[in-house]
Ligand binder design. Structure first.
Ligand code: FES
Length: 103
């Protein structure tokens, strides 16, 4: 399924890149910009980023479930990852709201 129409990136491309990043360091926090950088792409309109965040969370959860990570490690990491992305979404909305008011 096409996720990013600006760069013609599919969900499979994104999942494979995330798995590659997790193979390098399975506890790193992955953000859409890191995924796109690894694919040598960049966000243009960035309208796909919320979907990319969902794919990051889902793929990371599946990655750890299939490995020897303990439930406590997975729960702690996924809590941090979801919190991190929620904070980013909130900051992004505030930035948009401020720039809308300034215009
Ligand atoms: S849809 Fe992905 S950058 Fe525009």
């Amino acid at each position: 399924m096409l996720v990013c129409s600006c760069n013609f990136i599919t969900d499979k491309d994104i999942q494979e890149t995330i798995i590659g990043l997790l193979d390098e360091d399975c506890w790193q926090l992955i953000v859409p910009a890191k995924v796109y950088h690894a694919m040598e792409k960049r966000g243009r309109c960035c309208g796909c980023f919320p979907n990319v965040v969902d794919i990051i969370i889902r793929t990371t959860e599946q990655y750890h479930a299939a490995r020897h990570s303990t439930d406590d490690q997975i729960f702690d990491f996924m809590t941090r990852l979801k919190h991190f992305h929620e904070e980013n979404r909130r900051a992004d909305l505030e930035r948009r709201h401020k720039s809308h008011r300034a215009a």
